[in-house]
Design a protein around this ligand. Structure first.
Ligand code: 6PG
Length: 250
């Protein structure tokens, strides 16, 4: 059973995640002189990123030791309105003293999305500590969850769910009629820490289903997360409102 941390509202939830980010980065920087985090895209984390860029959190860590990566990315130019990198850059990265070399957007230079995915995997392997099996190991991965149970760009019914050799892959997502690039489950399941972030009443049904119903893994990709590291769901009370008292005690 995953750990759950419930906050009364989105601002409190963002503070809880920000405090976890700072604490985990202090531990990683003390032990390995670097903290590698994979950001999630979508709309939920934007306010968290804006919070991290405030003076209070700017002063809480050595940002020159933080390496910013992306768990997934839409296959659009970095200045496109749908780009996860653009969202994070505008919300946070442009306001923090992170060395440019420590910010690792998914490359979009090649017309071949598979080549861009391969190049990102090469960069991950060159920069991150690795497991004994050679899997790049994030210190923290922030994951969102969609109402269909997807996480990162690991959508139900897509081939990338079964990918175990590549650490980064391109995937065509029918529901959006668009290509995405995503880390694969070998990377997610070897992260030292994973935070699944869900907020708002619109996520209450899927959160209850995922945390309380026993449903086939492949139906809900986020349930295929079974990390060696620590998995914690950070929820606001609106997203947690359908959970049983027993789940809430975890
Ligand atoms: C993306 C995200 C994706 C997101 C979920 C939830 O690129 O869109 O990585 O996995 O986290 O779709 O999105 P919301 O936060 O917008 O609900």
């Amino acid at each position: 059973m995953a750990n759950t941390k419930i906050s009364p509202d989105l601002p409190a939830l963002n503070i809880a995640v920000a405090e976890a980010w700072i604490a985990l980065s202090a531990e990683a920087i003390a032990q390995r002189n670097a903290f590698h985090i994979a950001l999630s895209g979508g709309s939920t984390p934007k306010a968290l990123y804006q919070l991290m860029a405030t003076d209070h959190y700017r002063q809480q860590t050595d940002w020159t030791r933080q390496h910013i990566w992306f768990g997934d990315e839409r296959c659009v130019p970095h200045d496109h309105a749908d780009s996860n990198y653009r969202m994070a850059r505008e919300a946070m990265l442009d306001s923090l003293p992170i060395p440019p070399d420590n910010i690792h957007p998914v490359p979009m230079t090649d017309a071949d999305v598979g080549k861009n995915a391969q190049d990102y995997e090469t960069e991950l392997l060159a920069c991150l500590p690795k497991t004994a099996q050679g899997i790049p190991r994030f210190d923290l991965m922030l994951q969102g969850v969609g109402d269909d149970g997807h996480t990162a760009s690991l959508f139900p019914g897509t081939t990338i769910l079964q990918e175990r050799d590549k650490q980064v892959a391109a995937v065509f997502v029918e529901k959006f009629n668009a290509w995405r690039i995503s880390v694969t489950f070998p990377v997610i399941n070897h992260a030292r820490h994973l935070i699944v972030l869900a907020a708002g009443a619109g996520k209450a049904d899927i959160v209850r289903t995922l945390l309380e119903d026993k449903v086939p893994d492949a139906l809900y990709p986020v349930q295929m997360i079974s990390p060696e590291g620590q998995l914690t769901w950070y929820l606001d009370s609106a997203a947690a409102r359908l959970l049983s008292p027993e789940t809430l005690r975890n």
